[in-house]
Design a protein around this ligand. Structure first.
Ligand code: SF4
Length: 324
């Protein structure tokens, strides 16, 4: 196949911009993360985190561009965004939460009051889900770990600014369609959730001060996306032994491409699967091969590419803004 090499050149340029931001506080965009140990490691072991890959950096870049697109479209529609990128600092006994609020817009249902907004670009599926979801917060909290972080972030923005409402502005990455959803912060369930978050922040702050770590969680889906997986997961249990397999990632990439119908040739698929199975023969627990994570289940292996469609951070732009 003939190529101008544009993709490769862009990947190379993207790789040069990959940078980690050590956390000196709990980021508002991460407080909802299901693993407290992860939040503690972000502050105690910032240099031990595996750097994110080119795919994830590209998701950051796209999120950043889409945020500008959303703001332009809002502006063209006459919706004014004020106090853009205002910093948030929530300091209490033993913890500090920081973040940056995307902006504030006037709430037509709130007598001209401005409320905080958070722009999230998402996959077409998640965009649809956010339309259908009756209880959007409960839906997010029951979703993948990156989506579980959304309600905590927006509620923190509203609470820190003394507002009773806040809004997500969702943008469908495929169609560019934009919509908003407002949450009421003072609903009993939401107040209870916020209180639990502040207790969580206090526990994390306590561990950071004492240089201790909370227990590991037992959720492979979450650990597979965690930057500290390689120093945290191996000791998890005897059965969960972790193996790093060099040179296997291209095989898994090609299997994924063939399975998705991007390339012809079923015979090749069979050969690749055979090669993959040979390399993991007799292994137990977790296998790491480049961006791929494999886990042996009761009957077969399951494979997951760490950098998914929405990525570990959904609209990851918010995360980059919080990394100060
Ligand atoms: S590897 Fe898993 S248990 Fe360890 S810090 Fe990360 S998410 Fe938590």
């Amino acid at each position: 196949m003939i190529s101008l090499g544009i993709g490769e050149a862009i990947r190379e340029e993207t790789a040069k911009r990959i940078h980690s931001y050590p956390a000196r506080s709990i980021w508002a965009s991460r407080l909802g993360h299901p693993c407290e140990r992860h939040l503690v490691m972000a502050q105690l072991n910032p240099n031990d985190a595996a750097p994110h890959g080119v795919d994830l950096q590209s998701i950051f870049d796209l999120g950043s561009e889409l945020e500008k697109y959303v703001l332009r479209r809002m502006d063209a529609a006459g919706i004014q965004v004020i106090r853009a990128q205002e910093p948030l600092e929530w300091r209490d006994k033993g913890f500090l939460i920081t973040g940056r609020v995307d902006g504030m817009v006037v709430d037509p249902g709130g007598q001209g009051e401005a409320i905080p907004i958070e722009i999230k670009s998402c996959s077409a599926n998640n965009f649809r889900l956010m339309t259908q979801a009756e209880d959007i917060v409960a839906t997010m909290l029951g979703g993948p770990h990156y989506m579980q972080c959304y309600p905590a972030q927006l509620m923190l923005y509203a609470w820190s600014k003394g507002k009773s409402r806040a809004a997500w502005i969702f943008c469908d990455k495929v169609t560019g369609i934009i919509k908003d959803r407002v949450i009421e912060i003072e609903l009993p369930d939401h107040v209870e959730y916020m209180e639990s978050l502040l207790l969580k922040a206090a526990r994390v702050g306590g561990h950071v001060a004492a240089h201790t770590y909370p227990d590991r969680i037992d959720d492979w889906e979450v650990c597979a996306d965690c930057g500290w997986q390689q120093i945290c997961y191996p000791g998890k249990s005897e059965e969960d032994k972790l193996a790093l397999i060099d040179g296997m990632a291209p095989i898994l990439d090609e299997i994924a491409a063939l399975t998705a119908g991007m390339k012809p040739g079923n015979r090749r698929l069979g050969i690749l699967k055979e090669e993959r199975d040979k390399r993991i023969e007799g292994r137990e627990g977790i296998v790491i091969a480049g961006d791929w994570r494999g886990k042996k289940g009761k009957k077969s292996w399951s494979w997951k590419r760490v950098e998914g469609e929405d990525g570990p951070g959904g609209n990851l732009d918010a995360d980059t803004q919080d990394r100060r």
